[in-house]
Design a protein around this ligand. Structure first.
Ligand SMILES: Nc1nc2c(c(=O)[nH]1)N[C@H]1C(S)=C(S)[C@@H](COP(=O)(O)OP(=O)(O)OC[C@H]3O[C@@H](n4cnc5c(=O)[nH]c(N)nc54)[C@H](O)[C@@H]3O)O[C@H]1N2
Ligand SMILES: Nc1nc2c(c(=O)[nH]1)N[C@H]1C(S)=C(S)[C@@H](COP(=O)(O)OP(=O)(O)OC[C@H]3O[C@@H](n4cnc5c(=O)[nH]c(N)nc54)[C@H](O)[C@@H]3O)O[C@H]1N2
Ligand SMILES: [Mo]
Length: 843
């Protein structure tokens, strides 16, 4: 049924005057945005047939287009290890969950910010014209700023949006909203929330997002590589910019070296990872959430067997003397021996001792992942890994020491000698219209506590040495992220969401966040607009043009145009665009790099030639590099960024914060929920992993119908379960099962496998929340969103990061009537509404 377009006359007359004429569609068309003749080839794609080179978070590709329709995708020939996810990218443009039109939630349209928010999630929406949707958006910003000030407006962006130096959706939102007024922002992210707070105290840098030692040096120098809770072969498929997948060549070389017994690779992981399958090596099956006891026992062995590097500890670290009494049990009466650890982590004491001896027997590179810090007390893992590496004394040597980012953004590749391109900025230097008082509330919150903030205005929590006092949030804006996948404890979130008066979502997929929003604005995908991006992340291998592949679908508009049209409503359009068209911005980013390139001796063609001809430039190769080498060579001249310039095994700054759950040195803390005999495991015995998806980027590509069918099981998200646990529950591969705990229940499709140890199961994060009864807390999720089951608690008072990886569940074969999956069909469009619905109180 076709949705009825509401008459523009329904719009609020008072503030509309003068705006209808300036409504987006009438002013911004592709012809105005790309005025150059030279751009004709990429400008109008309506009847285009041919091939377009472009890029995405999943890599670069050539899109085959026939008569304006994208029909096939082949990987870019320079990418020697493309991911099969490339096949799902075309479907981002074409799928039933595309956001087609501006939509307003039915009851919000009737009653505005006084709507019945318990209806949120019932998915009933009304199509409205663009101008009206943007007027509502603008008017709400005004109302909230005037009545409550900046702390009631949350625009704390965190999210993966899409690639492109111009259309960085979250940046555009922050720029536009920031031109209107100040707002409540966020600190940190979900990815590395705990590590990025603790590691600067311990090692002087975040350590997570930085480049790592070049792979050729690791392959040459390492005797042992310990991969600790990390799966680079799975996780390097995607990148923040367009990945070049260059590290995969090194994993192939590593596999050869493992085969020839030249390098020993040990995986500390409850699961046989994709990396282990690709590279080979041995698994040490650790009980989930108990890596810190294992590390403490390794440290204990290194110490008692005199296998540690005293000179390194003396010259490069501080505080070992304060840590030692804890390690030896002089403080708490418990020596952290392998026998002590065995009972917690499930690895027998002799194996722990052998592991410690192996690590001390030659050059050892420790490669840590991030899942382990995405759990309660996640700070301790990151800190203790550095302590073990410090005791081994190889930090700063090629193939030795620690690294926390090898699974991310092509790390370990060799960085080119090319220039770095800048991008669209979230700030302008132009004063906002509203610059009100935060009235004693904090102007930012730790990002993973944002639902806690909505629930508890006025509450004060501790964070990284500060008191954070939550304000009363009234309005929230999301653009380029999907909180109804990324945040924990969905059912709690649904209840608390009702306290918000107005929620805006700018999206191109009808995600659960759209379902729980009031105003939904349809954005274009990368492939319906022009952009430019860096090719290769840490490798910075080159620059790739991202020309439009097809014309925008339905009424989708570029984020740039959405926010410029919003800014026009408060006289900040010029400040937003700086008077430049999209193509002028793209050209400016390119020319900035070209100028830089001259200084580096890298010649780049002029923009016209780049854009019209190759669309791709490769930079000359750089040189190999060793992380922490300069510190090792000259600790006085190149100190770390810590308070002492040294590695802080004991940290006075943290100790002085006086937190019970993160003290002056790394420690083992029992968890609220832990499998294998830990708290809560009698009722819910299985540890639920919600690690990063093998076939998606978070929730992105979940709505790609054909791609989803390649991995879903009985139409549901897979839940991986060990052979032993499946047998005990009478579950076979292909069964629909119910995964549940006291927080909620989801259906999923069972995959029974020997890759998982008993007591461990997994549903990848990003599976779309698909409620049986939309908006009802506790309702069954028909597809398998793992965040229905996770805990929403801070990691500790230090970082207040997400604890998504601390969750227990039970699984049973589902015997009830199997409901259809509800998540992927877009909104229920209400069309029989009287256009003269009761006037909203917009004053
Ligand atoms: N249980 C559990 N939860 C987790 C994690 C976990 O390990 N376990 N991991 C966490 C981590 S590390 C992360 S980084 C987060 C990720 O959380 P998010 O970054 O929120 O996840 P995405 O699915 O990438 O959401 C991006 C959204 O932006 C939209 N989008 C894409 N391009 C554009 C655009 O051009 N314009 C606009 N307006 N929108 C666009 C996409 O359609 C998508 O809905 O999830 C976190 N949540
Ligand atoms: N394909 C794909 N790749 C991605 C992403 C994606 O969505 N899809 N997202 C990207 C983003 S935003 C991020 S933040 C990173 C995330 O990177 P990470 O957080 O490092 O990755 P995960 O896949 O969540 O988990 C890595 C490993 O941790 C193991 N693990 C889980 N629990 C435990 C435990 O208790 N002990 C031990 N020793 N190991 C454990 C898992 O079995 C898995 O092998 O990935 C990036 N790469
Ligand atoms: Mo992340």
């Amino acid at each position: 049924m076709a949705t009825q377009i509401l008459n523009k006359g329904v719009s609020r007359r008072r503030f509309l005057s003068g705006m209808v004429a300036a409504s987006a569609a009438s002013v911004v068309g592709t012809s105005l945005l790309a005025p150059r003749k030279a751009l004709a080839a990429t400008d109008t794609k309506a009847n285009f047939s041919g091939e377009v080179l472009s890029g995405s978070h999943w890599g670069a590709f050539r899109a085959k287009v026939e008569n304006g329709v994208w029909v096939d995708t082949v990987p870019f020939e320079k990418d020697k290890n493309p991911t099969s996810m490339i096949n799902g990218v075309r479907e981002v443009v074409y799928n039933p969950a595309r956001v087609k039109y501006p939509m307003v939630r039915l009851d919000w349209l009737k009653h505005g910010y006084k709507s019945d928010t318990s209806q949120r999630g019932d998915n009933r929406f009304v199509r409205v014209p663009w101008s009206q949707a943007l007027d509502f958006f603008y008017h709400e910003l005004e109302r909230v700023q005037n009545n409550y000030g900046p702390s009631a407006l949350y625009a704390g962006h965190t999210g993966w949006q899409s690639v492109g130096k111009l259309h960085s959706a979250g940046t555009m939102m922050m720029r536009a909203i920031g031109l209107h007024g100040t707002y409540l922002g966020k600190m940190g992210d979900y990815s590395t929330g705990a590590a990025q707070v603790v590691l600067p105290y311990v090692a002087g840098a975040m350590e997570v997002y930085e480049q790592q030692t070049s792979w050729p040096l690791v392959l040459e120098h390492s005797d042992t590589i310990v991969i600790w809770g990390s799966d680079p072969v799975k996780n390097l498929q995607v990148g923040w910019l367009v990945p070049d997948h260059s590290p995969y060549a090194y994993f192939e070389q590593l596999a050869d070296k493992v085969k020839n017994n030249e390098i020993k690779v040990i995986y500390i992981d409850p699961v046989v990872s994709d990396t282990q399958k690709f590279v080979g090596g041995e698994q040490v099956k650790v009980n989930p959430q108990t890596d810190v006891p294992l590390m403490l026992a390794i440290a204990h062995t290194l110490y008692t067997e005199n296998l540690y590097n005293k000179e390194f500890l003396a010259d490069y670290t501080t505080g070992f003397d304060k840590f030692l009494p804890y390690l030896l049990g002089e403080k708490d009466g418990t020596a952290k021996t392998p026998e002590w650890a065995e009972k917690i982590c499930g690895i027998d004491a002799d194996t722990i001792r052998e592991l410690a001896r192996q690590m001390a027997s030659g050059r050892t590179q420790i490669i840590g992942g991030w899942c382990l810090q995405r759990m309660q007390h996640g700070e301790q893992y990151a800190w203790m890994l550095v302590v073990v590496a410090a005791m081994l004394g190889q930090i700063g040597l090629p193939g030795g020491g620690f690294g926390f980012g090898w699974h991310y953004n092509d790390a370990g590749s060799i960085t080119s000698n090319g220039p770095l391109m800048s991008g669209f900025s979230g700030v302008t230097g132009v004063d906002p219209i509203h610059n009100g008082s935060y009235k004693g509330y904090s102007s930012y919150i730790p990002v993973a506590r944002f639902v806690d903030c909505i629930e508890n205005p006025g509450k004060t929590i501790q964070w990284n040495g500060h008191d954070i006092t939550f304000p009363e949030m009234k309005m929230a804006i999301f653009c380029g992220n999907n909180p109804f996948h990324h945040h924990q404890d969905r059912n709690k979130m649904i209840k608390i969401w009702r306290k918000l008066e107005t929620v805006v979502s700018v999206e191109h997929q009808w995600t659960a966040t759209c379902r729980f929003a009031d105003i939904v604005l349809p954005a274009t995908t990368t492939h319906e607009r022009n952009d430019i991006e860096q090719y290769g992340n840490h490798s910075n291998a080159g620059i790739i043009a991202l020309p439009k592949v097809v014309e925008p679908m339905y009424e989708a508009k570029d984020d740039f145009d959405i926010f410029r049209d919003l800014c026009r409503r408060f006289d900040r359009e010029e400040a937003f665009t700086e008077g430049k068209s999209q193509m002028e911005w793209i050209e400016q980013f390119y020319n900035g790099a070209r100028l830089q390139g001259r200084g580096l001796g890298v010649r780049m063609p002029n923009f016209k030639k780049f854009w019209e001809e190759e669309g791709f430039i490769e930079f000359p190769a750089g040189t190999e590099w060793v992380r922490h080498e300069s510190f090792r060579n000259e600790p006085d001249l190149e100190p770390l960024g810590t308070a002492t310039g040294l590695i802080e095994i004991y940290c006075k700054a943290i100790a002085d914060m006086g937190y019970d759950d993160c003290q002056g040195h790394p420690m083992w803390f029992e968890k609220k929920e832990r499998s294998h005999g830990g708290p809560g495991s009698e009722k819910f015995p299985l540890n639920l992993q919600s690690t990063h998806p093998k076939h998606r980027l978070h929730s992105q590509l979940c709505s790609s119908t054909e791609h989803r069918a390649t991995y879903s099981v009985a139409d549901r998200e897979p839940v991986y379960i060990s052979t032993q646990d499946a047998k005990a529950r009478g579950i076979k591969s292909g069964d629909i099962v119910r995964v549940f705990n006291d927080r909620g229940e989801v259906l999923a499709g069972a995959v029974v496998t020997d890759d998982y140890m008993s007591g461990v199961c997994r549903i990848h994060e990003g599976a779309w929340y698909s409620p049986l009864e939309g908006g009802k807390p506790g309702t069954l999720c028909t597809y398998g969103d793992p965040n229905v089951l996770t805990q929403d608690i801070g990691s500790s008072k230090l970082a207040q990061a997400t604890s998504a990886a601390s969750a227990l569940v039970e699984i049973e074969k589902y015997t009830g009537k199997v409901p259809a999956v509800t998540g992927f069909h877009g909104p229920t469009a209400v069309t029989d509404i009287n256009p003269l619905f009761p006037a909203m109180d917009l004053e």
